[in-house]
Design a binder for this molecule. Structure first.
Ligand SMILES: [Zn+2]
Length: 119
């Protein structure tokens, strides 16, 4: 499924279901950013890859957001930034942050930008 245009090249960003360490997650990847295992079992970009833009749906797991959905990814590609809801440790309050695309890391949270709490 095509989610939108890659912000870094002319490629389409495609959603795929993948399995990582027994967990089903989604990978939103520019069609020009393909990875494979090389001879030494390193997961590297293929020789014909011209882009590096890839986002995993568990990119925000560290901040207790279980899944970054296809819709959120679409909105990010269309609007260049989106607001995501993150959580602290159990029992602490949720909070909102802006997220932008990042060529190396897929997504990047703008920690210094405050967002007014929504009513
Ligand atoms: Zn690309």
């Amino acid at each position: 499924m095509i989610l939108g245009k890659c912000p870094y090249c002319d490629g389409n960003v495609i959603s795929k279901k993948i399995n990582v360490k027994g967990k089903n997650i989604k990978l939103y990847s520019c069609e020009n950013a393909k990875k494979e295992y090389d001879e030494s079992e390193q997961y590297v970009f293929t020789a014909d890859s011209t882009c590096r833009f890839r986002v995993y749906s568990n990119a925000f797991l560290r901040w207790n957001k279980r899944s970054f959905s296809e819709n959120e990814m679409k909105n990010l590609l269309n609007n260049e930034q989106i607001i995501v809801r993150l959580h602290g440790k159990a029992g602490t309050k949720e909070y909102y942050k802006y997220v932008i695309t990042d060529l190396e890391y897929g997504v990047s949270v703008l920690w210094d930008e405050e967002i007014e709490e929504r009513a």
